[in-house]
Design a protein around this ligand. Structure first.
Ligand code: SAM
Ligand code: SF4
Length: 337
């Protein structure tokens, strides 16, 4: 018999578990981490592959149908292919699960065949600029060529849909919106713009520096005619079909306007941090600790109970736009974006 759905008090059924494999990263994107002085999660608290797979198995039994591996940089985990293989073998009451990944792409090219062979079904690769000097300033590492090699490999693989994520920043890359969309289309990918959120470890976010979804759409609208794609469901991105120069049928762009147009009402996501904390929202101030259950001799029922309690406690929405908003203690790299 199917388990009761993973329901919260606002009627949202949860289907998507984001799993952060590590808080470490090969880049230092300004909107995510400071250049120096990071306090990393204690190594002893990092979940093993067995522990991750156990949580995922209980979650799949309870109705989670998609796992997205993230971080930090998920490809820094030595056992990432094994984790993908074991997660991809799980079944939910609705059928086989999907395993997706969000990566900065740097280590992707040499690992891609193994990841696909292990059952990876979807990829999001982050790309904020096509200019090497900007990339180096923005990520504090001169690695654009590696990212582009990763994107080229992904484009050449059968993995679709392929998505590229861009955080738009005023005076940094906001003159590249059209170029980035064209680049994505040339690589058989959909570009998804993400509004910058107050989640960076250094607390440098400001509303003024954030480029809004409307501003980005206005820039794209000067180039193409945009037609809203219906049927967004619980997806964070609102999607637009592009009509005009250089676009084939089916060319689309996505907009994740988390700050100016929150989509919390349809959210179906929860998160597992690399150190075993369940979070019901990116902006949660409270975490549900799975480590004692995983490292003690608790049965699966206890893990299922923590999952359900975490989801049941979910607030109707984030409060970024409320004067009382407080940024969570964890930065994006340790939450899992
Ligand atoms: N390292 C991988 C990467 O960059 O794709 C995965 C983890 S990263 C935290 C996941 C996504 O979160 C990336 O697309 C990144 O651009 C985005 N991100 C990080 N900090 C953000 C912020 N403050 N606001 C909006 N998006 C952010
Ligand atoms: Fe690393 Fe991703 Fe954060 Fe950039 S956004 S520093 S790639 S975790």
């Amino acid at each position: 018999m199917a388990a009761l759905p993973l329901l919260d008090t606002h009627g949202r059924v949860h289907r998507d578990l984001r799993i952060s494999l590590t808080d470490r990263c090969s880049l230092r994107c300004t909107y995510c981490m400071p250049e120096q002085g990071m306090e990393w999660l204690a190594k002893a608290s990092i979940l093993s592959a067995d522990e991750i797979v156990r949580v995922a198995r209980v979650a799949a039994d309870a109705g989670i149908t998609t796992f997205r591996l993230t971080g930090g940089e998920p490809l820094l985990r030595r056992d990432v292919v094994d984790v993908v293989r074991r997660l991809a073998g799980l079944e939910s009451p609705y059928g086989p699960v999907q395993v997706a990944m969000t990566t900065n792409g740097i280590a992707l090219a040499p690992m891609l065949d193994d990841l696909i062979g292990a059952g990876l079904s979807r990829l999001n690769i982050s790309l904020d600029t096509l200019r090497r000097d900007r990339f180096t300033a923005l990520t504090r590492r001169d690695r654009l060529d590696d990212v582009l090699t990763g994107i080229t490999a992904a484009a050449g693989s059968g993995l679709r849909p392929l998505k590229l994520n861009t955080v738009a920043m005023r005076g940094v890359n906001d003159d590249e919106m059209v170029d980035l969309v064209r680049f994505a289309l040339d690589h058989g990918a959909e570009l998804r713009f993400i509004e910058q959120m107050p989640l960076d470890v250094g607390h440098t976010w400001s509303r003024e520096a954030m480029v809004t979804g409307d501003e980005i759409l206005a820039a794209l609208g000067a180039q193409w005619r945009l037609e809203a794609v219906p049927g967004r469901g619980g997806a964070p991105a609102e999607r637009w079909r592009l009509h005009g120069p250089g676009t084939a049928d089916g060319a689309t762009v996505g907009m994740i306007a988390s700050v100016t147009a929150p989509f919390c009402g349809a959210c179906d996501r929860l998160r597992l941090t690399a150190d075993g904390q369940l979070r019901n929202c990116l902006f949660s101030m409270h975490e549900f600790d799975l480590l004692p259950s995983l490292r003690g001799d608790a049965p699966d029922d206890v893990i299922d109970d923590v999952l359900r309690r975490c989801i049941w406690a979910k607030l109707p929405g984030h409060a970024i736009n409320d004067p009382s908003f407080l940024q969570p203690v964890r930065g994006m790299n340790a939450i899992g974006g």
